[in-house]
Each structure stands twice: as structure tokens, then as C-alpha cells.
Write a protein that binds this ligand. Structure first.
Ligand code: FES
Length: 97
């Protein structure tokens, strides 16, 4: 990592754990960097899903960001202190524990 890259690091919280990411990263990128095996569950089958296209097409990256559900994490740029969490509920109801 060069000096310019290291100065652009910010801290986000992925599933409550702090993580240093680059200021230009997406929330989905931060989730992948954190090693989350999945970022949401299907409300129909409970299947674990994860970011796929990383360009706003597939909607596999829906996550809860700063408490707001169903955000397309690949299209959201990180900011200092952002809270990024898996989406495993529908309308706030846990459907597949
Ligand atoms: S990863 Fe496909 S829309 Fe986000």
C-alpha cells in the first residue's frame, strides 16, 4: 500500500466489527473485504446470497446500511462510521434464522 492509499483509509463497521477500507470503496466491497460469506438471505427460500455483478444489476447485494434495509450495497460508497449489516429480515421480521 502506498502513502496516498493509506491516507484515504476510513473505518466502517461490518456486522458490528470495525474495518479499515478505502474511502472510494463500496459497502459491498467492504462486506467482501470483511469476509462475510453472504450478505443477505432470500426472503422466499432462505438461501444465502452474496454480491455478484458489483454494478447495480443483479440486486444480490441488498444489505442494511446505517439501519436502512434493502440498500444496493455495491452502489453505496462507504463513509466514516457507516454500519453495514446482513439483511436477513423482511419488513423487520426475521424469516429465516
Ligand atoms: S452486486 Fe449486483 S446489484 Fe449489487
Amino acid at each position: 500500500m502506498n502513502a496516498e492509499m493509506s491516507t484515504n483509509l476510513i473505518t466502517v463497521y461490518v456486522e458490528g466489527k470495525p474495518l479499515a477500507v478505502h474511502a472510494h470503496d463500496s459497502a459491498a466491497g467492504a462486506a467482501l473485504k470483511a469476509g462475510l460469506g453472504y450478505t443477505r438471505t432470500s426472503p422466499v427460500t432462505g438461501e444465502k446470497r452474496a454480491p455478484y455483478c458489483m454494478m447495480g444489476v443483479c440486486f444480490e447485494c441488498l444489505m442494511v446500511i446505517d439501519g436502512i434495509p434493502s440498500r444496493q450495497a455495491c452502489m453505496v460508497r462507504v463513509r466514516e462510521g457507516m454500519r453495514i449489516e446482513r439483511q436477513t429480515t423482511v419488513g423487520g421480521v426475521e424469516v429465516w434464522p
